[in-house]
Design a binder for this molecule. Structure first.
Ligand code: SF4
Length: 463
């Protein structure tokens, strides 16, 4: 099909796909609905697709919907993270064999553009807000380029940027459709993190008013006031965070988001966050091992007493999803039990453990490769649940077993009770979420992800 023949009578058929990971399951076992929240990338790309072009857009999140065997399209776009790269390349090769054009984008493509280019007609490197419309114009005029790169002056500050088209997905397929974004990137430079390597440390920020209007429209359309911010670090820029939280107060929403533990040093910001409707925070606590924070390039965490921080946030009615990573260079076989003890003692509402993963091109990957400790380049295993490198003070098996043991132990019934008792969190949702995670803990090998946030009851919080 020649690409310049599209008209409003014969629209260009564009299919955007988020490929599934290898451990994909549509349903969360005992739960009827996927424990996945609706991804923002595809709905954002749909919104950025120029409305003056005759394009018919279809979105497929393969984690909840199968790709039809007889799917045809003029152009297929696949968004790729490292854990889905093998699947994305497989699909891309198959679509191209059938004569369809393929564009690849996303974090993995940004990290390894040359590898991705072998499986695509074109690739998008970096953020696509500017390059995506250009790519589509080029495709439709038969002038598709080999690569589209994020411009050096890229920012998110355009007040007229379209809002993600969340309604394009079936809300029934997801835990929630209320997924929002105010900022991208983070000022820090943790050794294992993809963000600084892929996108640098510049602050990309939507205008606060844009974020507020996006939420307002969503609330008007759905009547739902509980939402998730997927920003990597909402408090990366304190000034912006204050302006955002202040503007959220009149919306009377409840929200969940991500922050560094550095929020501990700013009581005013914590209080403002609570007043703006924050009910849950995902904190990268990472490790309890002395020395491991230095290994991770995250020494700033050591300035914070985790137990005190959790207590303060509980007092403000904010529940904690505490994330820890196992396999840092100072971690030993004793690290697992020590972590479990801290999590119980601190009353972390919903703990989550992962295995250190050296995503390609990150400083961690480069260091481990230099030290000849990368054990496999099978990207399917780069999912934070498999050991893909040689740990320093443990064997691979000790790390695998310890990770699984920690998950099972922290979600033993008695430990769920102890944690929630310490947290003074008796919300039914907290108990349900813990039971969901307990199921997940016992089926780690079957699941790819579990995104369940919970909230805290301020009236019953620690005093
Ligand atoms: S603080 Fe979080 S988002 Fe920022 S660089 Fe470190 S791991 Fe990445």
């Amino acid at each position: 099909m020649e690409s310049h023949v599209f008209t409003h009578a014969r629209k260009m058929k564009l299919v955007l796909i988020s490929p599934k990971g290898p451990l994909y399951r549509k349903r969360g076992g005992i739960f009827k609905r996927s424990l996945r929240y609706q991804p923002l990338t595809l709905t954002t790309l749909a919104a950025l697709t120029p409305k003056d072009l005759p394009i018919d857009v279809t979105l497929i999140d393969e984690s909840v919907t199968e790709i039809p065997a007889d799917l045809t399209a003029d152009l297929i776009g696949l968004t790729v993270i490292t854990g889905t790269a093998s699947r994305a390349y497989f699909l891309a090769d198959r679509f191209r064999e059938k004569g369809m054009k393929v564009v690849l984008g996303g974090p993995h493509v940004t990290l390894l553009p040359d590898e991705a280019a072998e499986h695509a007609d074109t690739i998008c490197v970096g953020y696509s807000e500017q390059s995506w419309p250009q790519l589509l114009h080029d495709f439709m005029s038969g002038q598709l380029q080999k690569r589209y790169q994020q411009a050096p002056d890229f920012n998110l500050d355009d007040p007229n940027m379209p809002f993600p088209e969340r309604h394009r997905f079936n809300s029934e397929d997801f835990l929630t459709q209320a997924v929002f974004e105010a900022t991208r990137a983070c000022t820090h430079n943790c050794e294992f993190c993809v963000a600084p390597t892929a996108w640098g440390r510049k602050q990309y920020q939507h205008p606060v008013e844009w974020v507020v209007n996006d939420i307002r429209q969503f609330v008007e359309r759905t009547g739902k006031r509980k939402l998730i911010f997927v920003d990597l670090n909402l408090v990366s820029d304190i000034g912006y965070a204050k302006a955002l939280f202040t503007a959220l107060i009149p919306l009377k929403i409840k929200w969940f988001g991500l922050s560094t533990v550095l929020i501990a040093h700013n009581e005013e910001l914590m209080e403002l966050m609570a007043r703006s409707g924050c009910k849950g925070l995902l904190l990268g606590l990472e490790t309890v091992t002395t020395g491991s924070l230095g290994d991770a390039g995250k020494k700033f965490n050591s300035s914070v007493n985790y137990k005190e921080l959790v207590a303060k946030l509980h007092k403000l009615g904010i529940s904690i999803q505490g994330c820890f990573v196992f396999g840092l260079d100072h971690d030993t076989v004793d690290t697992f039990d020590a972590t479990v003890e801290l999590v119980i003692d601190a009353g972390i509402d919903l703990p989550r453990f992962s295995i250190l993963t050296p995503f390609p091109a990150t400083p961690l990957y480069q260091r481990l490769e230099q030290e000849q400790r990368i054990l496999t380049k099978n990207w399917e295993l780069y999912d934070a649940q498999h050991v893909v490198f040689q740990p320093k003070l443990m064997t691979v098996k000790e790390l695998e077993d310890g990770h699984e043991r920690a998950w099972k132990k922290i979600y033993q019934y008695n430990n769920i009770v102890r944690r929630l008792w310490n947290a003074k969190n008796f919300q039914p949702l907290a108990i349900t979420a813990n039971l969901g995670y307990r199921f997940y803990a016992h089926n780690l090998h079957k699941f790819y992800t579990c995104d369940w946030p919970i909230e805290h009851n301020p009236a019953k919080s620690r005093g």
